[in-house]
Design a protein around this ligand. Structure first.
Ligand SMILES: [Zn+2]
Length: 127
């Protein structure tokens, strides 16, 4: 089995390849497990008891426990249909989502990624 990392990404088609390419290039992992939701940072930052947040965590559990992923990225992006707040608010949600994931996955590197208006991926925070 090759090595895996994990992306908790938006379902938006425009951000799939930018995030996947960034993670393969940055971590040299063979495969990126994709956990998609619309605007996942909102659920993990502000609605942690929601069905969506629970579903995200169930799928991250599989990636970590079965695939042995040691790096989990959570993604926010420009023009998100599922989370129509400004960039500043999204970046606050991103930081909170990273902290929330770290509180659950203490031994895993958790990254906060932003995909900008040119569909470039940048790392905003890490825990
Ligand atoms: Zn989105």
């Amino acid at each position: 089995m090759g090595s895996f990392c994990t992306a908790v990404n938006c379902m938006d088609g425009r951000v799939q390849l930018p995030v996947m390419n960034y993670m393969v290039a940055s971590f040299g992992t063979g495969y990126v497990d994709s956990v998609t939701e619309s605007g996942p940072v909102r659920y993990l930052a502000e609605c942690q008891d929601s069905q969506q947040a629970k579903s995200i965590l169930e799928r991250v559990d599989l990636s970590v426990d079965v695939h042995g992923s040691r790096t989990v990225a959570i993604v926010a992006h420009h023009g998100c249909a599922g989370n129509q707040v400004d960039k500043k608010t999204q970046l606050v949600q991103l930081e909170k989502a990273v902290k929330y994931l770290k509180s659950i996955y203490k031994d895993i590197d958790i990254l906060g990624l932003w995909v900008d208006e040119n569909w470039q991926t940048q790392q905003i925070c890490k825990s």
